[in-house]
Design a protein around this ligand. Structure first.
Ligand code: AMO
Length: 425
């Protein structure tokens, strides 16, 4: 017998025998009847068990049910199964740590995370990851249509890319190696092969602080493109990419949007752009502040909404000395850089820049910062053999979903978060 999915049950012919497979979502025993709600990947279906009928196993047990499709206006979709035969597909499930059948989960974050394998089954939790998955489809669709090639770079690397401070060291056949903090060096080298590349993959940061916006491992959506004029072209690509992610959600995760009652952001045709100096003034920060802190970002988020009706604002021209050594200085005034951040609903979501692309500029930048040449040699030497002017950016997936659903802690939207304290589940 072919399996019927819960969302297709309303189309079953009344009187026909139907096979459902899924989890016991809820077992509700009344005096005259027991209602069994079966959950599968598409939704919920109701099964009615009369006294003396089948035994109903414990919640979260996986089962097969064969029953008669019967019209009932009170059942989800107007059809339920009656006269069921129930087969267990495994052992009866232990009682879950949370009652997954309740419409909202009223439980603390530690319980949610400790029992992630089951708490993610809750339809509202599951919906948040459906947003992530649909965003990834939109990300890939947009870039594929724009001539990009998907790449995968090594996660075991010889050198820190972002800064030496927050790397995980591993033993690599008796010598030290690091877990990659980003695909930065590889995506730049691959511009020399494909012109336009993107990568979706894990990156690792040994973040020493326990914050609501940092993980020790997160999913980085990296993009890099060659033959650009300046960083504004990179910002235009970022704009289209983020719009594509929102579109991906609209097309592939409409039920999740509805369940979570989400307000999806409108991505303006042109993202508002502020120079770092203006951003400091708007955020009420001293003019010599070297970077934006979370409070500044919140203030800029409020400003963008009030002035432009936008959930997004780009800050460009960060002080060169404060950005990664591969960032391109502003030719008009090299004190400032062609690096930028995108702030989404008051939090940094993206970093990007035009990069240096001349070998001699890399040698000078390393020297100026007092970095040794040797650890960077294999990367920097690639620039001796024709890498075009290029730039790119990286979007943090968990930050994206976190702000979409306005989560207070990034861990709420991370399947199995890794942080200072958490290495399991
Ligand atoms: P950066 O280090 O700013 O830039 O990271 C880019 C984006 O990744 C997200 N992010 C994080 N998310 C969760 N936990 C963390 N610990 C964490 N750290 C960063 C943020 C951030 O904006 N190579 C550059 C990118 C580039 O220039 O292309 C880089 O990695 O959303």
């Amino acid at each position: 017998m072919k399996r019927t999915l819960a969302h297709a049950l309303p189309e079953a012919t009344p009187g026909s025998r139907v096979l459902l497979q899924g989890w016991v979502h809820r077992r509700r025993e009344l005096s005259a009847v027991t209602f069994l709600v079966v959950r599968d990947r598409t939704g919920l279906a109701q099964v009615v068990v009369r006294p003396g009928g089948a035994d109903v196993p414990s919640e979260e047990t996986t089962i097969s049910v064969v029953g008669t499709a019967t019209a009932n206006p009170q059942a989800p979709g107007g059809i339920e199964l009656t006269e069921p035969e129930i087969t267990l597909l495994g052992e009866p499930a232990d009682t879950p740590a949370v009652e997954l059948w309740r419409p909202t989960l009223n439980t603390g974050l530690p319980t949610l995370l400790d029992h992630a394998a089951t708490t993610w089954r809750h339809p509202a939790r599951k919906a948040t990851w459906e947003l992530a998955a649909a965003s990834l489809r939109g990300f890939r669709d947009t870039l594929d249509a724009d001539g990009f090639t998907e790449v995968h770079s090594p996660k075991l690397v010889e050198t820190a890319t972002e800064s030496g401070a927050n790397v995980f060291t591993v033993d690599y056949f008796g010598r030290p190696a690091y877990l990659a903090q980003s695909p930065q060096f590889y995506k730049q080298q691959l511009v020399g092969v494909f012109e336009r590349v993107y990568e979706v993959g894990p990156v690792f940061r040994a973040e020493p602080h326990d914050t609501v916006r940092h993980l020790a491992e997160y999913v980085s959506l990296d993009v890099e493109l060659g033959f650009i004029e300046d960083h504004r072209e990179v910002i235009a690509c970022l704009r289209d990419t983020v719009a594509g992610m929102v579109d991906g959600i609209r097309r592939h995760a409409a039920p999740a949007v509805e369940r979570l009652d989400l307000r999806l952001p409108d991505v303006p045709d042109e993202l508002p752009v502020l120079h770092f100096r203006e951003a400091l003034a708007i955020a009420g920060a001293p003019a010599d502040e070297p970077d934006l802190n979370p409070a500044h970002e919140r203030a800029l988020g409020e400003w963008a909404l009030a002035e432009h009706g936008s959930d997004f604002v780009v800050v460009e021209g960060y002080p060169t000395a404060n950005r990664a050594f591969y960032s391109h200085p502003d030719p008009a005034d090299p004190h400032w850089s062609r690096a930028f951040d995108l702030i989404f609903r008051g939090i940094e979501l993206v970093s990007g820049a035009q990069r240096l692309h001349r070998y001699s500029d890399y040698v000078a930048a390393l020297e100026q910062r007092g970095y040794p040449y040797e650890p960077y040699a294999s990367y920097v030497e690639a620039f001796r053999r024709g890498i075009p002017p290029h730039g790119g950016f990286a979007i943090g997936l968990e930050r994206w979903v976190g702000r979409l659903v306005e989560a207070t802690n990034i861990r709420e939207v991370t399947l199995f978060p890794r942080d200072l304290h958490r290495l399991a589940p």
